[in-house]
Design a protein around this ligand. Structure first.
Ligand code: AMP
Length: 213
């Protein structure tokens, strides 16, 4: 089963993708994570995209399509979760072609619907365990008092460089201008399901499980 989690930054795509990996043996393909890895390891491409990402703009379609192409050729396990990809109509068309080349299908597109104020509040308060990637939130799910990640016991936490209000506004603008048309695109293809991304994490998870069966 291959699925897309679609939604603006802070909708909870990464959090829900982690559950799907653990429970359904799926593979999370987050182009944002791949680009951050490239940036941290100082590859030429990583250096090229760093400034674009810091500004909250989208990197070029060619780069992210290339990243996804490489992964689709590898191990498929229980299927792929596309998280943060596609973000443009050109990427959506490219994904359809890549899946067809691999003899794969796209089985569901789940839009995680949230409102903008909740996003700003979530994103400016979030941090991630450097060891396991568990997402914490200063208000709703703070780092435990002993300073250890509740999921893996890790003690190092990271805040994303682009999780500040200025970058976030730009990321939202990019979402509404370039990514939100995908909602209509997948609706017209009869592939879209919508879940309420504003609920408790476990309720959102239950809605997604219902869609996936
Ligand atoms: P994310 O972790 O998904 O919020 O992505 C962080 C940043 O990486 C975005 O603000 C973009 O600069 C870049 N990025 C991630 N995925 C894509 C994509 N599919 N297309 C273009 N840029 C992307």
């Amino acid at each position: 089963m291959n699925i897309i989690l679609l939604g603006p930054p802070g909708a909870g795509k990464g959090t829900q993708a982690r559950f799907l990996c653990e429970e359904r043996d799926m593979i999370q393909l987050s182009t944002g994570d791949m680009l951050r890895d490239a940036k941290e390891s100082g590859t030429e491409m990583g250096n090229r995209v760093a400034e674009v990402m810091a500004r909250g703009e989208l990197v070029t379609d060619d780069i992210v399509i290339g990243l996804i192409r490489e992964k689709l050729e590898g191990d498929k396990k229980g299927g792929f979760i596309f998280d943060g990809f596609p973000r443009t109509l050109a990427q959506a068309d490219a994904l359809a072609d890549l899946l067809a080349e691999e003899g794969e299908t796209l089985d569901a597109v789940i839009e995680m619907r949230v409102d903008d104020e909740a996003l700003v509040a979530r994103i400016t308060a979030r941090s991630t365990c450097a060891t396991c990637g568990e997402v914490h939130n200063d208000n709703t799910k703070p780092i435990p008092e002993d300073g250890k990640c509740a999921h893996c016991g890790g003690t190092e936490f990271k805040r994303r460089a682009d999780d500040n209000e200025d970058s976030l506004k730009q990321r939202l603008m990019e979402y509404y201008k370039k990514t939100s048309p995908l909602i209509g695109y997948y609706y017209a293809k009869d592939q879209l399901s919508v879940v309420n991304g504003l609920g408790e994490i476990k309720d959102v998870k239950a809605e997604i499980d219902k869609v996936l069966g």
